[in-house]
Design a protein around this ligand. Sequence first.
Ligand code: REL
Ligand code: ZN
Length: 466
Amino acid sequence: QQDSIQLVVAAEVQRAVGIDLHTHLLPPTHGPLCLWGIDELLTYHYLVAEYFITAPASMTPKLFYSLPKQKQADTIWKALFIDRLPLSEACRGIVTTLKSLGLQNEWERRSLKAIRAFYATFRNDGVEGAERFCEHVFANSGIEYSIMTNIPFDPNEEMYWKPKRASYSTRFRSALRVDPLLAGDKPTIEAALRSSGYDITLESARQYLRDWCETMKPEYMMASTPHDFVIPEGTLASVSYKQKNTVDSNALKEPFAFVPAVASHAANCSPPEDEAPSIIDEQSDFLSQVLMPVCEELDLPVALKIGAHRGVNPGLKAAGDGVVAFADAGMIARLCTRFPKVRFLATFLSRNNQHEACVLASKFRNLHLYGCWWYCNNPSIIREITKMRMEFLGTAFTAQHSDARVVDQLLYKWPHSRAVIAKVVAEEFVKLMESGCMQITRRQVRDEVQNLFRGSYEQFMKKSLV
Ligand code: REL
Ligand code: ZN
């Protein structure tokens, strides 16, 4: 019976149609912002970083990035796929992708030319070819739709939303990215307000967000927090790395301090009618004065990605981002406590935060854990995290998101994750059976698996706390 539960779980994980909760994919109608094809795959920042581990000294990051994309791809192909075996997770992903696209022979021959010729058959058909390719990828990775990362502060993206929102495939849904608000990045916020014709006031900043929500219709707001983002206890203000030194350092060290929820910030923030609207200044707290009130008002969750240290090796650009920062997870507890009507989705970059994250998710109904992010998106760590989460939370979390930047990556990131998740889920079912729960039906297995790939997320998104 244990053998058969393993087979059933494997089959159900395989057939589950999931939602990809966080990606950087954009639809083909976003033209050059929709990345797909072998050259994009090979120049993925994970592979650029790996290439530089063994690159010759003569190849500086500056020189590398000055090469045309195809040349960059050639360089990485030779170094990581011809001179060596593609053993790392990101390299193996290329092999899985090529196999999935029916390019096994081309891979065995290491013929980049033949692989490029395959992609050209789609590329030659312009946007229609890209749409056809995307459709193939979504269907074959068992993903119904992916959630994009849409950045209003990025002028390259703005043109696809304004003056009129371009219509795009239902395979893509929007998420409104608001990093500058969490980072307290006043110059970026002011520049965005100014260039879109808004006043430089907190109410205008809220209106700016509302207007973007109206345009993008996001599933949620989202941000990666700065690596040293903290919310000290006992104060309303969010404190970003820029302001941190002005705060009592003992308060920052306090790992857990549950502060009673204060009165609605939406109410605090709307200026009384006879008062001048508050201007943006050094004291402005964009998190509690702008983001949280709008989330409450529109009943929109916020997805946080916590613990990435940007620009650790700036010359490498995105490949130099993200040394893992052990985060103060108590910050999530404070957010959930102070903003009980706002739902938070959270994922941590540090393996060391995962245990604490599980405990927190079992304390706050407005917190939902999702995915194994970036440096945690390796089979050994996915295994560990998923097991820990199941032991704490059953299936009340979302097992994975891809963080794909290139459409084709769905073809490897999802099968690689499914393989690990299936093993973990089967082990948990076996344990349950050994404890005496012998009558498990296929339907029950299906439902629990479904929870991990979309159901728990959908329930969380439907739950209104306002
Ligand atoms: O959304 C984010 O902040 C990160 O996931 C990205 O910045 C990161 O580069 C991503 O590609 C990692 O997988
Ligand atoms: Zn991301």
